[in-house]
Design a protein around this ligand. Sequence first.
Ligand code: SF4
Length: 384
Amino acid sequence: MVVTTTSLPLFVLGQGVDPHSERGVDCPGELPPASDPELVARARKAKEALGDRLFVLGHHYQRDEVIQFADVTGDSFKLAREAAARPEAEFIVFCGVHFMAESADILTSDRQKVILPDLAAGCSMADMATFDQVEEAWEVLEDAGIAGVTVPVTYMNSSADIKAFCGRHGGAVCTSSNAKRALDWAFEQGEKVLFLPDQHLGRNTAVLEMGLSLDDCVVYNPHRPNGGLTDEQLRNAKMILWRGHCSVHGRFTAENVDDVRARVPGVNVLVHPECRHEVVTKADYVGSTEYIIKQLEAAPAGSTWAVGTELNLVRRLGAMFPDKTVMFLEKTVCYCSTMNRIDLPHLVRSLESLAAGQVVNQITVDPETTHWAKVALDRMLALP
Ligand code: SF4
């Protein structure tokens, strides 16, 4: 195979031209339009036919062709709460990934049906902690004599049964916005935290926001006996981090930060806390998706930003703030492949099926799991 390092014009997000960023994002070639006009019209018609019976949620990382049909956009937690605040909507179409639709089902009434347009839209991070693995890990902690003083905390980006596990064992859910508050709460309840499933969010919060050291953290590998740790390591640790990560945010490296600083004088580096510790420590600003959006909103005109989060969002922010230069932190394109599974054809199928009286791809969480997951979610909601 011949790989050409192309001379195609490559466009920085927002305005201007930067041949070193955003390879392949925009191209002057003969590409078909992103959205099939016929499908756009069909989606619009089905949505109109459903009226107030339908509420469409769009996660920030979704494609533009899908986002245009969202009644509200946001991060996973905001969207689940928005769904709960719409009891009149019979159908909640969640343009996001599986764990998000589960959370929406947990927080909405039994009368409401939550639909995920493509059932294959999972989350690689959430899949890195299965219920059986976490149960086994808890037994390891029991054998080490520390389960009684350990509080499990799971990131929102986890399956419903992991949230339920945390509810059942005195723990809570957290988001990237409230991880510090959740950990403060957890350390009031116990001496140690088992943090699931994102090691980076756990480590970044513990070390950068709570004053713990890297030596206070150990990484539990579910694929190794005893998590790859000795009982002594487990007993000495304050943070037991699950060995999971986001396949999108985990791609950014410290070299990416050095590279963009060398190429773009005065650039502000803004990253999500799901990025690796060495990336976060080199960045200028760190925060959740909502934080990133607010930071760019408030940024002065003419400022330049390299953003380390999912590409659909970074592109959209570039278009929203044309008076600022917004670029992707890494040179190569990096979409969330599972988020991107929700495309216009899948959305149209969901909407047209609903309009025809047929519910497809409904996500349901069983009552027992719903109960305990809600316990963990409610503990998060009660955080100061
Ligand atoms: S961006 Fe990362 S955490 Fe979010 S859905 Fe994709 S893989 Fe999961």
